[in-house]
Design a protein around this ligand. Structure first.
Ligand code: AMP
Length: 402
């Protein structure tokens, strides 16, 4: 029997998320998560297909121990890493710089390049590298593929990717817009074209990935032409804990006048800003509940979130010239009907509207929520980054073995 399974690994600094997929029907044979790696109270949750989850808390010292634990859990379900049916491991890698424009089979050269990119992704690439190295040590013979969060955005023109700062300084330090969530933007823009019954090459889409992290992208004919995250995921929309756009001079001001250190400002803008900074909550469900109870801080946080979102819809409408659809995705985009309604409210002259009844429907399926005669379709398209990573990995490994 030919190998049809792909293990998708998403290695963070203290966690490993995984899914084992069968590419014949995209089914999840197992999914799971190891959290708090390196602490005494590390937690494992493993869910085999159709079965109850197995959870336990035990010390898991490092990524190597975490992956061995995952392998042992998979083996209990007859899905061990030594199975001949395992075709490849697909790794999420956050930063591929300008080098990696496509998913790439991992070898020493690729590892060295991901390492060279650590200065532009100091939080993410080291953890991704550890995950890859550990998985390679466990199965050195198995093809392993890196799928980069930045890859989909490498088609951006220089006019969108380059910041208006001194070119020599920018180039010396590789300062430019890279964008993130690319796997999601790629998947959702393609799924939106499918929902419209058209080829991705014929469709212009604005994708709004609204999760705890949030980003917008303008996609022309299947290729990204602009995105809201930049050198790092800090730029752009208001997020759960990140500020998104603001005058960069706020940083100088906080350093000079507020006497804050660079690290303190980094933590403030990445972890203590956005919705949580504005109202103390970053979960949109809680914010909506507080608004319903008349909480003014929550209402203002919501308004600031929507105001920024609207600015990006307008900006990307102008960048694209013609827009066929706007797609909402990720935790907030897929679930928060009031966010979707507020984001397009008042934009009827741009051909944008949401049908109240369609917007209120809860579903895991891609769907249209605009009125039937809408000039620009508004869609809700659940994202599936793991499936996209597995699909890209399998396509590459399949091609290689042909
Ligand atoms: P993600 O990063 O895509 O997992 O999204 C997580 C965020 O989605 C949470 O922080 C919530 O703000 C939001 N979210 C999840 N479920 C709901 C829901 N039912 N209604 C509103 N927001 C939700």
């Amino acid at each position: 029997m030919s190998a049809t399974r792909v293990l998708v690994l998403n290695s963070g600094s203290s966690s490993v998320k995984y899914q084992l997929l069968d590419m014949r029907d995209s089914s999840r044979l197992a999914t799971g998560l190891v959290e708090r790696i390196g602490e005494r109270s590390s937690r494992l949750r493993h869910t085999p297909l159709g079965g109850p989850s197995r959870e336990r808390t035990e010390p898991i010292a490092d990524h190597e121990a975490a992956l061995k634990t995952v392998a042992a859990e998979l083996a209990k379900d007859g899905l061990g890493l030594d199975s001949p049916e395992l075709a490849a491991i697909g790794h999420r890698v956050v930063h591929g710089g300008r080098t990696f424009t496509e998913p790439t089979v991992i070898d020493e050269r690729v590892l060295a390049e991901i390492e060279r990119l650590i200065p532009v992704a100091p939080l993410h690439n080291p953890a991704n590298l550890t995950g890859i190295r550990t998985a390679r040590a466990l199965r050195p013979d198995l093809p392993q593929v890196a799928v980069f969060d930045t890859a989909f955005h490498t088609t951006m023109p220089e006019s969108a990717a380059r910041y208006a700062i001194d070119v020599a300084t920018a180039d010396a330090h590789r300062v430019r817009r890279y964008g993130f969530h690319g796997t999601s933007h790629a998947y959702v823009s393609r799924a939106t074209a499918k929902l419209l019954g058209r080829a991705p090459e014929d469709v212009n889409v604005i994708v709004l990935h609204l999760g705890n992290g949030a980003s917008a992208s303008a996609v022309r004919g299947g290729r990204c032409v602009d995105t809201s995250m930049g050198l790092t995921p800090l730029e752009g929309l208001v997020m759960g804990t990140r500020s998104g756009d603001m005058d960069p001079a706020v940083i100088f001001h906080l350093a000079r006048v507020g006497k804050m250190s660079i690290d303190e400002i980094d933590t403030l803008l990445n972890k203590k800003s956005g919705l949580v900074g504005l109202c103390g909550d970053n979960d949109m469900r809680e914010i909506r509940r507080r608004i319903d109870e008349g909480d003014e801080r929550a209402a203002l946080a919501f308004d600031i979130y929507i105001h920024r979102l609207k600015k990006y819809i307008g900006a990307y409408y102008a960048v694209l010239g013609t827009v066929d659809a706007i797609a909402f995705t990720a935790g907030v985009g897929e679930n928060a009907a009031p966010v979707r309604a507020a984001a397009v409210a008042g934009l009827e002259t741009l051909g944008l509207a949401v049908d109240g009844e369609l917007n209120a429907v809860r579903s895991d399926e891609p769907r249209l929520i605009s009125p039937a005669d809408a000039r620009v379709k508004v869609a809700v398209v659940p994202t599936d980054e793991e499936l996209e990573i597995a699909t890209q990995t399998y396509a590459l490994v399949g091609e290689e073995s042909d």
